[in-house]
Design a protein around this ligand. Structure first.
Ligand code: CA
Length: 290
């Protein structure tokens, strides 16, 4: 696959995502890379092309797909907005007004061990474990919640500018997406904003980055409302890999147009747990060349 075809493939994906943002009813119809699905990529066998550390703009961006290793039950009432495994526990943040929760689950079975509702009508978004804290974004409520990880009790609400979409912790700083083309960085103790970077693919802005996962210095992001994920080098903001996850969920199991892919949690050994809003199943996967 040439660089131009790759650029067009992502363009199809991201254009579809943007177009569908104003028409949620169509979002379930989006088939990312549908136009490019038949393309073969002889160059993709080059290991250098999928080097996670590579952010060289001259390098082709690998197109990956999830290889399913196992299926794990997922609560189909969970409007998944945040997903992270930490020390053997799966943490999940869910959304919607009056239905948002912070949850603790068994990653092997999907069983919900504990769940705490958000106060009032707060609309929960991404979560990130940072030491003994769990930060949980709200969408448009102007606050971020800080929970005590051990007890799942709410410690405080901190004012926050802009919208909250996805969140992850890279060991030093929190990384937040907000619906724009920016990743913002925050102090993990105070949530003070410490900087930001615009996200681009071939120089074009990439917006609507949703649930995030910080792994080995890179940031994985779901692209709402598509079946695509991108891997971003947070130093440059450049997209360094694409994942086409179309077809992961059986269409008959997709409850409605809002039930999009939106959850990625690193499991170690290059394995990930993927799920979506209102999905009845999560998938343990490995990313392989498409
Ligand atoms: Ca995550």
């Amino acid at each position: 696959m040439t660089r131009e075809i790759r650029r067009r493939a992502l363009g199809v994906a991201l254009t579809a995502a943007v177009l569908c943002a104003c028409s949620p009813q169509e979002s379930a119809e989006v088939s990312i890379y549908g136009a490019a699905a038949g393309l073969q990529d002889p160059a993709s066998s080059d290991p250098a092309s999928s080097d996670p550390a590579s952010s060289d703009p001259a390098q082709p961006v690998p197109v990956l797909r999830p290889e399913v290793l196992a299926e794990v039950p997922h609560d189909s009432s969970a409007f998944t907005q945040g997903l992270q495994v930490h020390e053997g526990t799966l943490y999940e943040g869910t959304g919607l007004e009056g239905r948002s929760e912070l949850r603790e689950l068994d990653p092997a079975t999907g069983q919900v061990r504990r769940a705490e509702p958000l106060p009032g009508q707060l609309f929960g978004e991404g979560i990130a474990v940072a030491g003994d804290r769990i930060w949980q974004l709200t969408w448009r409520d102007g606050v971020v919640l800080q929970w005590d990880r051990a007890t799942l009790t709410l410690r405080q609400q901190v004012p926050m500018d802009g919208e909250g979409w996805g969140l992850c912790f890279d060991g030093t700083r929190l990384v937040r997406s907000d619906g724009t083309d920016r990743l913002r960085f925050h102090d993990p103790v105070t949530f003070d904003e410490t900087g930001s970077v615009p996200v681009t693919f071939d120089g074009e802005p990439v917006t609507q980055l949703n649930e995030l996962e910080c792994v080995d210095g890179q940031v994985w992001a779901n692209v709402w409302p598509s079946d695509a994920l991108v891997r971003i080098d947070p130093a440059s903001g450049r997209v360094t890999a694409l994942v086409d996850a179309a077809g992961l969920l059986d269409p008959e199991q997709r409850m409605n147009a809002d039930a999009v892919l939106n959850g990625i949690a690193a499991l170690g050994n290059d394995e990930y747990l993927l799920t979506g809003k209102l999905w009845p199943v999560s998938f343990r996967v490995r990313f392989v060349e498409k």
